[in-house]
Unconditional design. Structure first.
Length: 189
């Protein structure tokens, strides 16, 4: 943890926060059901810069979104932290191939709603103002318990969103210049 973070790593991490904010903002404004697009930067930074920087990018994203969009995003910073750390450790242990990206997407598709659903239910009664609220209300009206009604749309959305985000990141990383990737380990914090 005493390694020095390079200027290049700080710039990449900052850009990743911006990418998350733009993705999350667009989806929130349009209220696209079952899609979030707020973790591509977290996943990218975790693959390139390591698990702790990836987790930090996720947390900072949620804090900034909480300031500019409202405090609803702040409690979900723990979900973003988990995504960054999980993706970062997987990428550190394995080559981030297309297969690894898909499996990683599956893993975080389950972990994210397992962490996020109790937050959504405890703090917001299951409704967070996002596109999944339509499905949460529909499931509640059909007789489902609050946790189930809040969990099912989140895991469904995460399967699409997180696997898709990991695949996008795989292609982004594959397109990076080799000299950037050679310095990958020197950027870890």
């Amino acid at each position: 943890m005493n390694k020095k973070i390079s200027t290049q790593a700080l710039v990449i991490a900052s850009l990743c926060v911006v990418i998350n904010i733009i993705g999350g903002y667009l989806v929130t404004m349009v209220k696209i059901p079952l899609l979030f697009l707020d973790a591509i930067g977290t996943i990218f930074s975790a693959v390139i810069l390591g698990p702790w920087v990836g987790g930090l990018v996720g947390v900072v994203t949620n804090l900034v979104l909480g300031i500019i969009q409202g405090p609803t995003a702040i409690p979900f910073g723990i979900v973003s932290l988990a995504i960054g750390v999980i993706v970062g450790f997987i990428a550190k242990k394995r080559n981030f191939s297309l297969g690894t990206a898909i499996i990683t997407g599956l893993i975080i598709s389950v972990v994210a709603p397992l962490i996020g659903t109790p937050i959504a239910v405890a703090i917001f009664g299951g409704l967070t103002g996002g596109g999944t609220d339509i499905f949460v209300i529909w499931l509640l009206k059909s007789g489902q318990k609050i946790f189930t009604a809040a969990f099912l749309p989140r895991i469904t959305g995460n399967l699409v969103d997180k696997i898709g985000s990991c695949i996008i990141v795989y292609y982004l990383v594959k397109a990076l210049p080799m000299e950037l990737m050679k310095g990958k380990n020197s950027c870890e914090a």
